[in-house]
Design a protein around this ligand. Structure first.
Ligand code: DND
Length: 372
């Protein structure tokens, strides 16, 4: 069948086969999706910068961060459990409408060979063209990927230069220019181990999450519970003081705290959200969130971990932070008491009113300390 269409200006007519029209329309309708595959142990700002640059420069509809279940590399990396890596990816990409997460490899489990995944994804989404984003190091490694010749037929590889790696490849690669970012997950893991600051290298919430998990490991606290508490503890901060106040009053929380601002309210309000919005039922997690700003008269191990991790993270520079870090190495109780006492002293010196709840917490800790 022949169709006449006005395709070129007002007066010039062109005749084309309908099948060709369909092909053109089909081409226009195709989705263009970027895949940022990785182990993300942990995800860092290099990953985010690269994905953003590729997405914008190639005009992609979406970029999916796809954590692998087990990295297929021969030289397996020091493993952080898949669950933690997934959570950190979710934290890293939250709030960016261009980014999303693809969990297909985590659900499948086992070694995540990209060819297996892309066969599944292209079969599930025949209307999509996939752009698989890799750094220069991975471009060099491509010849070793499983069934690479078949894979380059399924996806378009997009390479982003990385310091120390060339741009040559025998495979078809679209190169995208992005600022050279010399950050690697391996280096970040080393920095965490040696107590160096990872601020500005990973997204802020990821940094808190990593430190929380490190402290939990040291004191044998449940990693699952501590990581959940770390994830949710500042959720209330996304809301303004007015809406926090509403919750304090409607839920019959201590109304007195409304006079002391978001800093005091976001703990108890955060616990409310964790229960009502995220369905957390574990009392210890809820208490940890509730108490994480001022502490509590009685605190669980999870509560102390959250309370201290937040206080001593490497980005902090206040006077006394080194002492707090030293104490955290020896005893969580010593570190917690130090924080409670320091807070009171700080507020007195600044001539600021002290929330009565903070004073109650201090009283119970000092009474225990001096054995009364
Ligand atoms: P990585 O473990 O290198 O990820 O894995 C990248 C992807 O390749 C994953 O989806 C793997 O499943 C797949 N792969 C690798 C090897 C063999 C096969 C498949 C196979 O099927 O046989 P990372 O978490 O370390 O990094 C994620 C990505 O970000 C990588 O492409 C990496 O090159 C890149 N990257 C940077 N790019 C530019 N500047 C930086 C970067 N840091 C990481 N600073």
């Amino acid at each position: 069948m022949i169709t006449t269409l006005n395709l070129i200006g007002q007066t010039d007519y062109m005749i084309i086969e309908e099948t060709e029209v369909e092909t053109q329309i089909a081409f226009q309708d195709r989705k263009r999706i970027g895949i940022m595959g990785g182990t993300f142990s942990p995800p860092h700002l290099g990953h985010l910068i690269v994905a953003q640059q590729v997405g914008e420069q190639l005009g992609l509809d979406k970029i999916y961060f796809m954590p692998d279940a087990e990295p297929p590399h021969v030289d397996e990396k020091e493993s952080i459990s898949a669950k933690h890596r997934e959570r950190m990816v979710r934290l890293s990409i939250s709030g960016n409408p261009l980014f999303d997460i693809e969990t297909i490899e985590l659900e499948r489990g086992g070694k995540s060979y990209t060819i297996d995944t892309m066969k599944l994804l292209t079969a599930m989404h025949p209307d999509t063209d996939y752009y698989f984003i890799i750094g220069g190091d991975m471009v060099e490694y491509l010849p070793k990927w499983k069934d690479i010749d078949a894979l380059v037929q399924l996806v378009q590889f997009v390479g982003v230069a990385r310091p120390g790696y060339g741009r040559e490849s025998v495979y078809p690669i679209i190169w995208v220019d992005a600022p050279l970012i010399d950050i690697s997950s391996t280096e970040i893991r080393k920095m965490v181990k040696t107590g160096r600051s990872i601020r500005y290298l990973v997204q802020e919430d990821v940094k808190d999450y990593i430190l929380e998990v490190a402290l939990a490991k040291k004191y044998g606290a449940s990693l699952e519970a501590c990581s959940l508490a770390a994830l949710l503890h500042d959720f209330a901060k996304e809301h303004d003081a007015k809406s926090m106040k509403k919750i304090v009053l409607s839920q019959a929380l201590d109304s007195e705290m409304t006079g002391y601002g978001s800093e005091i309210m976001h703990g108890p309000v955060g616990a409310y959200y964790a229960e009502k919005v995220f369905g957390i039922m574990d009392r210890a997690i809820l208490d940890a969130i509730r108490q994480h700003t001022i502490g509590g008269e009685v605190m669980t191990l999870i509560g102390k971990v959250l309370f201290i991790a937040d206080y001593i993270e490497p980005g902090r520079t206040f006077t006394g932070v080194d002492e707090a870090r030293r104490l955290a190495e020896i005893s969580l109780d010593e570190a917690a008491y130090f924080k409670i006492e320091k807070t009171i002293i700080h507020l007195v010196k600044k001539e600021l009113p002290i929330y009565p709840g903070t004073i109650h917490v201090y009283n119970s800790w000092i009474q225990r300390k001096v054995g009364k």
